[in-house]
Design a protein around this ligand. Structure first.
Ligand SMILES: *Cc1c(COP(=O)(O)O)cnc(C)c1O
Length: 457
């Protein structure tokens, strides 16, 4: 069965250069192919896998392609993909060290390496979670514990009813995963105070100070962005964090992709001061290029982190000599996701990660500027890192039509977004595979789609 999967995966990855990046099936076609009767007697596994490959294949998006620029996603470096396969074959339950000693030790090592690479204090605690969304939930659960413990209020014991109200201060452009973390944690999205960023897309320290002045001391979480989703802009950490400190606020950094700029000598200046935050969230499955299902949370105050997550069940023996992921993670049973990160970090090394960050950023800038120079296109945001925006015929509907036309060529894949009240096409480059040749092919595809749109209108 694994040989069958291996051959198919090998074909799939080997055909990335020639195959369309987009899905070539409609949702209805996929439903027709995949919705088979659920059998009573079961089926031969070989038939199950062969049919799964046949039926799903054309409905896949080729995220692994160097010409996939939609949303913010990575590919998988070879060792991380292989380690991820082994993780499934090994089928460890990485709840506690006793349930998977090797997984627990690998997570310890990976946590230390990541803190070093991402310039996070060595003493910070961490958790390997499913993505940046759950990294936010984990870190903000620690924030909630810490702020309320000072009242004092034991939120794990008493819940939130009757507790002083906490607020989250963030930019209007904050990622939706912060809204969702507020939903999950009972903080309430109504208690998000969203501030208008300046023209450069950054929060202003004096706005944050004024907002904090109006709230009781020690009741706010300030969320700063290291890489805003549309523009890749960083908030001015060195200006805002000292202000937040004066007001007893907790500072959390959303660095889903942008925290990796720390690995680049060219770009790490954007993160100046971010090391003074209280918690940080980032992804493995974006710029580190490990397969999906991998994010990281880091918390300066490990006592609050542990208090927010930990629980002792009589049948879970706490390790005396090892780190139990259960003390730091929101999940109970969990995938041993440290192996893929371990492999990627060893394969790439510091230089390899820096090279990916630098090359992706250069490719993003070239791609945005070259698309912007085509007739009918204009640059809306020139990348300072790896994210940029373009718009077509200065019209929302035309922009959407051109994105659809480009994606239909199968040569490149982009997604649309809303920026300052208008539609735009977002260009995100964070795949280790993307080369200058990919940029040439993508520009040619955009040129063709634009020429076609022009002749139609
Ligand atoms: C992708 C992203 C997230 C959400 O991360 P997931 O890994 O999808 O959970 C949060 N913030 C930013 C800035 C992102 O780019």
């Amino acid at each position: 069965m694994l040989q069958l999967a291996l051959n198919s995966a090998d074909d799939y990855l080997g055909s990335l250069n020639a195959a369309p990046v987009c899905s070539t099936r409609t949702i209805d076609e996929l439903r027709q192919r995949l919705s088979k009767p659920l059998s009573d007697g079961g089926l031969d596994p070989k038939r199950v896998i062969t049919e799964l490959i046949e039926d799903a294949h054309d409905g896949l998006l080729r995220f692994q392609s160097g010409r996939f620029f939609a949303w913010v996603v990575g590919g998988s470096v070879p060792s991380a993909l292989a380690a991820d396969w082994l993780t499934s074959a090994w089928d460890q339950n990485a709840t506690i060290a006793a349930s998977s000693p090797a997984a627990a030790v690998v997570e310890e090592i990976v946590g230390a390496w990541l803190k070093d690479l991402l310039r996070i204090p060595e003493s910070a605690s961490f958790a390997l979670v499913t993505g940046c969304q759950m990294a936010h939930v984990t870190a903000l659960a620690a924030a909630r514990h810490s702020l309320l413990a000072r009242i004092p209020w034991d939120v794990e014991l008493s819940g939130l009813s009757g507790a002083p109200q906490l607020h989250i201060i963030a930019s209007r452009t904050v990622h939706g995963s912060i809204h969702r973390a507020a939903q999950f944690l009972g903080l309430g999205t109504r208690n998000l105070i969203l501030l208008e960023p300046d023209n450069g897309g950054m929060l202003r320290a004096d706005d944050v100070a004024r907002t904090l002045d109006q709230l009781p001391a020690g009741t706010a979480i300030v969320v700063l962005q290291a890489g805003e989703i549309n523009t890749g802009v960083f908030d001015p950490f060195a200006k805002i964090i000292p202000v937040a400190r004066e007001h007893g606020a907790w500072v959390h950094v959303d660095g889903a992709f942008g925290l990796w700029a720390n690995c680049s000598r060219q770009y790490r200046h954007f993160l100046e001061g971010a090391e003074d935050a209280d918690s940080w969230a980032t992804d493995g499955h974006k710029w580190l290029n490990v397969p999906f299902d991998c994010g990281y949370a880091f918390v300066r105050d490990s006592v609050s982190h542990r208090a927010a997550m930990s629980f002792r069940a009589p049948y879970l023996a706490a390790a005396a000599d090892a780190r139990d992921p259960f003390d730091w993670n929101p999940e109970w049973s969990r995938r041993a996701r440290g192996f893929a990160t371990y492999a990627a970090l060893r394969e790439l090394g510091r230089d390899g990660i820096e090279e990916i960050v630098d090359r992706c950023s250069e490719c993003a800038r070239t791609l945005v500027l070259r698309i912007g120079a085509l007739p009918g296109a204009r640059v809306v945001w020139e990348p300072s890192l790896n994210q940029g925006l373009v718009r077509f015929f200065d019209d929302d509907a035309e922009t959407e039509r051109v994105i659809t036309a480009i994606n239909a060529t199968g040569e490149a894949f982009f997604s649309g977004t809303e920026f300052r009240g208008m539609r735009a096409m977002r260009v995100s480059v964070c795949n280790w595979r993307t080369t200058r040749q990919d940029i040439d092919r993508a520009v040619a595809a955009v040129r063709r789609a634009l020429a076609r749109e022009t002749s139609l209108t």
